[in-house]
Design a protein around this ligand. Structure first.
Ligand code: NAD
Length: 368
C-alpha cells in the first residue's frame, strides 16, 4: 500500500493507470498528475524501457510547465512500451489500442513525444476525439515545422539578455542539438542579428568564430544530412560543443549533458534551456555561482506546449506565436526578477511561480 503511493505528495498524482491488452501485446502507463488548472496535457512516449517513476516525473514536469505558461491544463504523461521503429501497421494497431484504452480518461489529452508523431496523434484523435499536435490536414498546427519552441526560446533570450547587458546584434550563440528546437532557435536569433559560432548534432560539432550560415545549415539538415557535411567551418567531436566560447549556449539535445564533471568547460553568459533537464542540479548551481544566467527548461521551452494548447482550442498559428511571445517574455522576466530579489536559483523561483499557480487553481476545486 505504502509502496503504491510512493510518488504521492500535496499535488498528485491524481491517478496512475496501467494498461494491458495481451492480444496485441500492448502495455502502457498513464500518469494523470494534477488537473486543478484543467485537463492534463502531456506526451505519449513510445520506448522499450521507461519506469513508472520516470513517467511520473515527466508528468509532474508537465504540471509545472503548463501552470507556469498559464495554460488551462494540468500535467500528465504516458508511456507505451515498445520499439518506436516497429512496422507501421503494427504501430498503428498498438497506438489505436492504446487510444481505445484511454478513451474514458477524459482529463488526459495526449500529445506527441519521443517515438510518436503527428500521425500517431491523428489516430488517437480518430479513436477518442482528443489529442494535440495533430496533422495540419485535420486542423493541427505543425509546431516543429513552424519552430514554436525555438521561437519561444528567442523571446526568452531577448528578455534575459537585458539582465546581463548583452545586445543580440553580434551576440555569439552556440546550439547543442541542431534539431526541431535548436535550428529554429538559431534562425529566429540570427534574424535579430545574433551570430551562430557553433552547432552540433549526433555526428559532431561544427564551429566558426566568424559565423556559420544558419539558413544553409537548416537546408542541409532538411536533406537528412549531417552538420559535418557542410563544406566550411571547423569539424570537431560532438562533445567539443561545450568548449566553444560564446555569449549564449543553448542546449537543445538530450538530458543531463552538462554535469558537475564538465560544467567548468562552458564559457558563456546565458543558458536558456531548450532541452528538458539538460543540466544536473549540481551543474545548474555551479553555473549560477559563476554568474551564468540560466533560464530553466519549463519556462524557456514552453513554446511547443503553448502552441498545442492553442491548437486544442481552435486557435491559429498567429495566435500561437502571439501567446508564446507574450507568455514567455513575461515569465522570463518574472523568474529572473524573483530569483535576484530572493537570491535563489532561477529554477527555485520558477518552481515557486508554478506551484503558486497550481495551489491557486486547487483552491477553486472541490476535491483538493
Ligand atoms: P530533434 O530530435 O528534432 O533534435 C534533436 C537534435 O539533437 C538532433 O539534431 C540530434 O542529432 C541532436 N543530438 C542528439 N544527441 C546529441 C548529442 N549527444 N550531441 C549533439 N547533438 C545531439 O528533437 P527536438 O524536438 O528538437 O527536441 C530536443 C530537446 O528539446 C529534447 O530534450 C526535447 O525533449 C526538448 N523539447 C522539445 C520541444 C519541441 O517542441 N520539439 C519542446 C520542449 C522541449
Amino acid at each position: 500500500m505504502d509502496d503504491m503511493f510512493r510518488f504521492s505528495d500535496a499535488f498528485g498524482p491524481a491517478r496512475i493507470i496501467h494498461i494491458q491488452r495481451p492480444k496485441i501485446g500492448l502495455k502502457a502507463i498513464v500518469v494523470v498528475d494534477n488537473t486543478a488548472c484543467g485537463a492534463a496535457v502531456g506526451g505519449v512516449r513510445m520506448a522499450p524501457d521507461v519506469s513508472v517513476e520516470e513517467c511520473f516525473r515527466l508528468a509532474r514536469a508537465m504540471t509545472w510547465k503548463n501552470a507556469a505558461a498559464g495554460l488551462p491544463h494540468g500535467g500528465g504523461k504516458s508511456v507505451i512500451f515498445g520499439d518506436p521503429r516497429m512496422p507501421a501497421d503494427k504501430k498503428e494497431q498498438v497506438i489505436r489500442a492504446f487510444a481505445e484504452a484511454i478513451g474514458d480518461i477524459h482529463d488526459y489529452i495526449p500529445g506527441p513525444d519521443m517515438g510518436t508523431d503527428e500521425l500517431c496523434m491523428g489516430w488517437i484523435k480518430d479513436e477518442t476525439g482528443r489529442a494535440v499536435g495533430l496533422p495540419s490536414a485535420i486542423g493541427g498546427i505543425p509546431l516543429d515545422e513552424i519552430g514554436a519552441t525555438g521561437f519561444g526560446l528567442a523571446s526568452c533570450i531577448d528578455v534575459a539578455r537585458e539582465f546581463i547587458g548583452l545586445e543580440l546584434k553580434g551576440a555569439r550563440i552556440v546550439v547543442q542539438g541542431f534539431g526541431a528546437v535548436g535550428k529554429h532557435a538559431a534562425r529566429f536569433l540570427a534574424e535579430k542579428g545574433a551570430v551562430l559560432v557553433g552547432a552540433s548534432d549526433t555526428g559532431g560539432t561544427l564551429a566558426d568564430p566568424s559565423g556559420l550560415d544558419v539558413a544553409a545549415l537548416i537546408a542541409l539538415k532538411e536533406q537528412g544530412r549531417a552538420l559535418h557535411d557542410y563544406p566550411r567551418g571547423q569539424k570537431l567531436d560532438s562533445d567539443k560543443i561545450l568548449d566553444i566560447p560564446c555569449d549564449i549556449w543553448i542546449p537543445a539535445a538530450r538530458p543531463d549533458v552538462v554535469r558537475g564533471d564538465n560544467v567548468a568547460r562552458l564559457k558563456t553568459r546565458l543558458m536558456p534551456q531548450g532541452a528538458n533537464i539538460p543540466c544536473t542540479l549540481e551543474a545548474e548551481a555551479a553555473l549560477h555561482a559563476l554568474g551564468v544566467l540560466v533560464v530553466p527548461d519549463f519556462i524557456a521551452n514552453a513554446g511547443g506546449v503553448i502552441c498545442a494548447s492553442i491548437e486544442y482550442r481552435g486557435g491559429t498559428r498567429r495566435a500561437a506565436f502571439d501567446y508564446i511571445d507574450e507568455r514567455i517574455r513575461a515569465n522570463t522576466r518574472l523568474v529572473i526578477e524573483e530569483s535576484k530579489k530572493n537570491k535563489e536559483l532561477p529554477r527555485a523561483a520558477a518552481l515557486a511561480l508554478a506551484e503558486r499557480r497550481v495551489r491557486e487553481a486547487m483552491e477553486t476545486r472541490r476535491w483538493r
